[in-house]
Design a protein. Structure first.
Lengths: 172, 172, 172
């Protein structure tokens, strides 16, 4: 079920601007939550039935679903984040997301708002001095409104790298 | 000849927003066409008399026109893309564009819409595991409306790199 | 004292769009001034009482104010830029900023417009062929209107890198 949608204007060009603004605002908040390792905030950006997948471009191009991360519900996304925060052992690091080239592809009353954006994640490991490109790829998204907020019903992160530098410990 | 322009609003601030939105949407579609190696789609984003140049910052700063790529018409742009798709031998790779810092500099009825944006192209070669910065620079653009769509009448890509990592095989 | 603010519309969503557009336009012009080493233009983007700080994420997270650059007035910012242009000895280089993920956090009549954005600075040293990630981080900003223009009353640049590749010679 879709949430409340802001009152439509007569101007479809203006509606397109508002929608783009909403998605851009969402993506900036999403990146900030991950950059600051606020993983419980990150989990709240998904709908209850959300799909969150991180997979290689190689596999995605061949239609193969297997990925580094495969979550079919918000519960699984929560588990993933919780496992990271509470149990995972990995070298401390800073991450920084740049999300660009947003394309809002369409809005459908039943299926939500489809969008895509390119992303780059830059990483600094605490025992190495320089920032490196950690992962680069594209988000294929479906957003839905819940109340007056956008949430992700689906985010498929397709990364170009053949190897992910260091273990992939954190979501993108 | 300029194409149809959407009806002007009384609000010049709103017009500026709409224009920016159009150019941003264009640039995201342009990047997606190149990232997905849809080169015939890429060619269609230029006007028939379009200028497409890729040149180094060193040469551009000295006013020297020589560049890695120099196309004066859409036909030459098509040939470039076609040569790449059909005949060029080069190591397979993934590219990913991030286009940011868009500046819409002005719109002139006769000369079109002038804009600029910074770009970064990240590259993954299939025989190397990591993503690297392939090229970084600035687009100097002139857009024109053809029908209800923007097209590039001119894109001058000025890159900062002194050497382009690996041969430059694909347009930016 | 705040400058003139464009006439408010009845539509707060539209106001949010206009404000975002203003800040984005500012940031693109800011990046262009630094990329083209127009440092006197860069200085003019600050208010007279502006704070400009470049500090590490390590120090910022611990609430420690010490930074690579610490300027409390436009005069100090001017001195910094002037020292660079006239006296500093450092290897020639090209810089290219990508500013993304803008978040406009709020506007307050007295305290100005709070915003943040992620940034990446890519660098090409003239004696090395490739572009490298020079610095990556986040801007924490306060803007004020002076006349009909935005100016920075505060920009705190918090970088993730533990070491800044090569000496930090130029502002970010």
């Amino acid at each position: 079920m879709l949430g409340m949608r802001p009152a439509a204007t007569n101007d479809t060009r203006l509606d397109a601007l508002f929608l783009r603004h909403e998605v851009e605002t969402f993506n900036a908040a999403y990146a900030a939550a991950l950059d600051e390792q606020r993983l419980s905030d990150w989990v709240e950006m998904f709908t209850d039935d959300a799909m969150y997948v991180v997979t290689s471009r190689e596999n995605a191009d061949r239609g193969m679903p297997v990925g580094l991360i495969y979550c079919e519900t918000k519960g699984m996304i929560f588990d993933r984040a919780f496992a990271l925060e509470k149990t995972a052992m990995f070298a401390p690091r800073y991450l920084r997301h740049i999300i660009g080239n947003l394309q809002v592809l369409g809005e459908d009353r039943n299926r939500g708002i489809r969008a895509r954006a390119n992303y780059v994640v830059l990483q600094v490991l605490f025992d190495r001095p320089v920032a490196k490109v950690h992962q680069v790829g594209v988000y294929h998204d479906v957003f839905r409104r819940v109340g007056d907020q956008l949430k992700l019903a689906e985010r498929r992160c397709v990364y170009d790298n053949l190897l992910v530098d260091n273990a992939l410990c954190l979501p993108v």
